[in-house]
Design a protein around this ligand. Structure first.
Ligand code: PMT
Length: 217
């Protein structure tokens, strides 16, 4: 790109995992490193956008020129993302691997082990992507779909069900791709078309995705 494809636009991106506390020392989470979301934030910034990155706990340095807001849980993610969209947002990209469930309660003290089996009641977390896409003032909204089978069917289903403008599907069962790796391979679906990108570095895939999105904004 020439660095101006998204000039004048505000982009809000979610990235990384969430952590759902079980007790003061334990949590439920997943293997997301934040690399895909941080690469998208860098690419959007390089295309001239103002970028707000809502990030779960990761070890990555903030991309140059990007405003990072740190969150821990799925509920934090929804609150921060909604607040950022309230401030004005043209494009929302949900790259985060948000925990779908959280422990019903967080124990005040460390849970002690006993000889018995232990069950942990889980409740559903709010869906940030569906909430933003469902707003009357929804920005152009792009979701990700992490699947291990039937990738195209599940992705196009999410596109319609969550009322998205675009969905980026990755097969997270492919070795060396997806979660916590440098590379990825994706198929992008929008109402009326699809395009596959990669396998390639997350940086290259992010640049191509931003160019595709900029054409449709
Ligand atoms: O972080 P990396 O190590 O670089 O790995 C990148 C990735 C594999 C995490 C990324 O490419 C990816 O696929 N992100 C989406 C992961 C995911 O949780 O997918 P999902 O199919 O469960 O969710 C669908 C969409 O809804 C996603 O855009 C997700 O951000 C969003 N969602 C899901 C649940 C929820 N409570 N809130 C959400 O916003």
């Amino acid at each position: 790109g020439d660095g101006t494809a998204l000039s004048g636009k505000t982009v809000v991106i979610t990235a990384g995992p969430t952590r759902e506390p079980i007790d003061p020392v334990r949590y439920i989470s997943n293997h997301s490193s934040g690399k895909m979301g941080y690469a998208l934030a860098a690419a959007a910034r390089q295309s001239g956008a103002r970028v707000v990155l809502i990030s779960g706990p990761v070890t990555l340095a903030p991309p140059a020129g990007v405003e990072v807001r740190h969150v821990m849980t799925a509920e934090d993610m929804l609150r921060e993302a909604s607040g950022a969209v309230d401030e004005g947002c043209d494009l929302f990209i949900a790259t985060a691997a948000v925990a779908d469930y959280r422990p019903e309660t967080c124990a005040g003290d460390k849970i002690k082990k006993s000889s018995e089996a232990l069950s942990l009641p889980l409740v559903r977390n709010p869906d940030t992507l569906a909430t933003i896409a469902g707003r009357a003032d929804a920005p152009f909204t792009v979701g990700f779909a992490a699947e291990t089978s039937n990738v195209a069917r599940y992705a196009t289903d999410k596109l319609q069900r969550k009322k998205l403008n675009m969905i980026v599907a990755n097969d997270v069962s492919a070795p060396g791709l997806g979660f916590n790796s440098e590379n990825n391979a994706v198929t992008v679906f929008w109402p009326g078309g699809q395009e596959s990108i990669g396998p390639d570095t997350k940086t290259s895939i992010a640049r191509r995705l931003i160019a595709m999105i900029a054409e449709r904004l």
